[in-house]
Design a binder for this molecule. Structure first.
Ligand code: ASP
Ligand code: MG
Length: 404
């Protein structure tokens, strides 16, 4: 007998028919003699709709009340799934985040899980019940309801799997697994049978949007193998784990991110400390800087360009303008008509020429590269936003030719 944690995303529980399908997936494992904990997200667009409801009342809701509001979405799906299981004749019980023992920080709307104390879950499992847990929520030490940030249910599932030493953690979603590119847009995108935590983390932060990146961080930390699979079609998904078989692939995926903005400051005095001062100002406002480019200095000055998430663009611009004035630098330029396209793959570490191959694909389509950054398992380029889709396809075709 094994303990299995299964997480079902919003589309998987969006209506009664989908909930029945989820119940059949859960009960299949239960009937085979396993203990099953099902973690659920809010149905379909519920969370977005709740946010819109708050906006009808005020521009500036307190975060505590937002958590009170948003946590209700998961309560709806958990109770409906438990009812469905009971209706089918199975013993089942739904639990809120706090009943399930999720203790979190008190940072409302983006709380961190501090501990999971799964005593209640265990007690219910011992009574042979299927336990349905509300994802995305917990409780602070002040006994207030908290939520974990958008997409947080993935993390709830991994946290339960870690705390209870589950034998299997399955993340059910509306795609069949992790693909070499977004299969909705990229012709010939293939499902990966396995991917490493590190590659998945790069892809998650690059906007591949299959798994929440905190959940992957946590899975890596506690060495929990994840299986990402579809609740629509019962075919094998993608396993996310520490080490993967090399499938003679140089890269695992191509991702694009169009929510980026580039800032540049011209004629920054070329002396020690300028970059440090600028970036610590940005950091103090919680702005993450991504791709950074600094020109070779000329005439005692240099140019600095960098990218940030687009929603931080305006604030970053203000900081840069103030900074430029303060140190006597030149013009500040802002552009959010750009995209970041990246390739990710552990294969890069042992193969030369991967970046060149990517650049060749872009050259073949006459796509201009504006900035480049690399790490051990990733190469990113900044290009014009209008070129993004063509770039992804060109790069994907180059690394995953059709006849392969
Ligand atoms: N319902 C929450 C959201 O939409 C949490 C989740 O789905 O994981 O972000
Ligand atoms: Mg999700």
């Amino acid at each position: 007998m094994s303990l299995i944690v299964q997480k079902f995303g919003g589309t998987s529980v969006k209506d009664a028919q989908r909930i029945r399908k989820v119940a059949s997936i859960v009960t299949e494992k239960y009937r085979a003699g396993n203990d099953v904990v099902a973690v659920v997200s809010a149905q379909g667009d519920t969370t977005d709709n709740l946010i819109a409801k708050a906006a009808e009342i005020t521009d500036n809701p307190t975060k505590r009340e937002m958590d009170m509001l948003l946590s209700s979405g998961e309560q709806i799906s958990a109770s409906l799934l438990a009812m469905c299981l009971q209706h089918m004749g199975y013993p089942a019980i739904s639990l809120t985040g706090w009943q399930a023992g999720f203790l979190t920080s008190s940072a409302h709307t983006s709380a961190r899980i501090r501990r999971v104390m799964p005593d209640r879950i265990r007690k219910e499992l011992d009574q042979k019940k299927i336990v349905v847990v509300c994802g995305f929520q917990g409780i602070s030490r002040y006994d207030d309801i908290t939520t974990l940030g958008r997409g947080g249910s993935d993390t709830s599932a991994v946290a339960i799997a870690a705390a209870m030493h589950a034998d299997l953690c399955q993340i059910y979603t509306d795609v069949e697994g992790v693909f070499t590119a977004d299969p909705r847009y990229v012709h010939g995108a293939r499902k990966l049978s396995e991917i490493s935590y590190d590659e998945m983390l790069e892809l998650a932060t690059l906007g591949a949007q299959v798994l929440n990146n905190r959940s992957v961080e946590m899975a890596k930390k506690y060495n929990i193998e994840l299986e990402v699979l579809s609740s629509y079609h019962s075919v094998p998904g993608t396993i996310v784990k520490e080490k993967v078989r090399m499938e003679k692939m140089l890269i695992s995926g191509v991702a694009k991110d169009t929510d980026v903005a580039r800032l540049s400051i011209q004629c920054v005095p070329d002396r020690p400390g300028t970059v440090f001062k600028l970036f610590s100002k940005l950091a103090s406002k919680n702005i993450n800087v991504d791709v950074i480019l600094q020109s070779v200095g000329r005439g005692g000055t240099k140019d600095i360009a960098f990218t940030v998430a687009r929603d931080k663009g305006e604030l970053a611009l203000k900081i840069c303008e103030r900074f430029s004035e303060l140190i006597g630098a030149g013009e500040v330029d802002y552009d959010d008509n750009i995209a970041k396209v990246s390739i990710v793959g552990a294969g890069m570490e042992s193969h030369a020429g991967v970046a060149a191959k990517m650049f060749e694909a872009l050259y073949n389509r006459q796509i201009n590269i504006r900035m480049i950054s690399t790490s051990e398992i990733k190469v990113s380029v900044i290009i014009d936003k209008g070129d993004a889709d063509r770039a992804v396809s060109a790069i994907h075709d180059m690394f995953f030719p059709e006849e392969d």
